[in-house]
Design a binder for this molecule. Structure first.
Ligand code: PAF
Length: 282
């Protein structure tokens, strides 16, 4: 695995790979890698000739400076994890390399950015779009791999690619969970033991909610989720919304056509966790 911290040598190396006819797969990350990221890397390796991983904690997508300051940075262990998987290139740029000048672009994702994360993390998706579009124009991947855990991010990135007509195929990848059901996240490392112990309640409740959806209305299921999770003194639901999987518009009834996804954000102490579950496929 070759490590690059600057754009130009990486681009030269990738140009040579492209000229050989190799298909380039890209996994953008913010580091603090876990099994979830590694499953994206493996998926990229199974579909592409060359795998590029980036590790860049993107300041423009943090709406909370403490969150940015506390975000785990673990380059050495990330490199050692990646070395056990097929990753040919690791891109680890500085903020100045990615943003030689401030990025003032404002993207418009319509409803996709107004609900859920968009409502509670203003500016977050604009920052994601800024960095992903920059990374795409640096790496010029054929395919890019994103986890379904960040469900709304995935919808935003698909729309970004459509709007900018970028020649990259977005490949959604399944959520990877701990044995107790907690969705893997770099933020799990920051949980205090007591919060880590009760965090599996999130996915347990989502599974119960899915069962309940056979017999209860959308509103009743939403109330159930809020009550169950908030009953644990250590967890606090920020939002739970049941939305259409492409428009992200909240659904009012199970009878509406389309796939419905329950998306949740929960504070476990100071740490914010997100998760989601597909309710039904019509
Ligand atoms: O999902 C993430 O880790 C980040 O939002 C991404 C896509 C790497 C952009 O910084």
């Amino acid at each position: 695995m070759k490590l690059y911290t600057t754009i130009s040598p990486l681009q030269q190396a990738l140009k040579i790979e492209r000229e050989k006819g190799f298909k380039i797969g890209f996994v953008p990350t913010m580091g603090a890698l876990h099994e979830g990221h590694l499953s994206l890397v493996d998926q990229a390796a199974s579909m592409c000739d060359i795998v590029v991983v980036s590790i860049f904690v993107n300041p423009t997508q943090f709406n909370d400076t403490n969150d940015l300051a506390n975000y785990p940075r673990t380059l050495e262990s990330d490199r050692s994890l990646l070395s056990k998987h097929r990753c040919e290139y690791l891109f680890f740029p500085t903020v100045e390399e990615v943003y030689p000048e401030p990025d003032t672009r404002i993207f418009d994702f319509g409803n996709l950015e107004k609900v859920m994360e968009g409502e509670f993390r203003p500016g977050h998706f604009n920052g994601v779009a800024q960095v992903v579009s920059r990374l795409f124009s640096i790496v010029l991947p054929d395919m890019a791999f994103f986890g379904r855990k960040d469900f709304q991010q995935l919808a935003i990135i698909k729309q970004l690619v459509r709007h900018l007509n970028l020649p990259v195929e977005i490949v959604p990848c399944e959520i990877v969970r701990e044995v107790d059901g907690l969705a893997m996240s770099s933020r799990n490392k920051l949980l205090l033991p007591e919060h880590r112990a009760c965090a599996p309640l999130i996915y347990k409740t989502l599974r119960e909610a899915r069962k309940l959806s056979q017999i209860k209305s959308v509103d009743e299921v939403k109330d159930f989720v809020l009550e169950q999770i908030n009953a644990s003194q250590l967890l606090r639901v920020e939002y739970f919304e049941i939305v259409d999987d492409t428009t992200l518009v909240p659904v009012g009834s199970w009878l509406q056509p389309g796939i419905k996804v329950g998306c949740i954000a929960v504070f476990a102490g100071k740490i914010r966790l997100i998760d989601n579950i597909i309710f039904n496929i019509n």
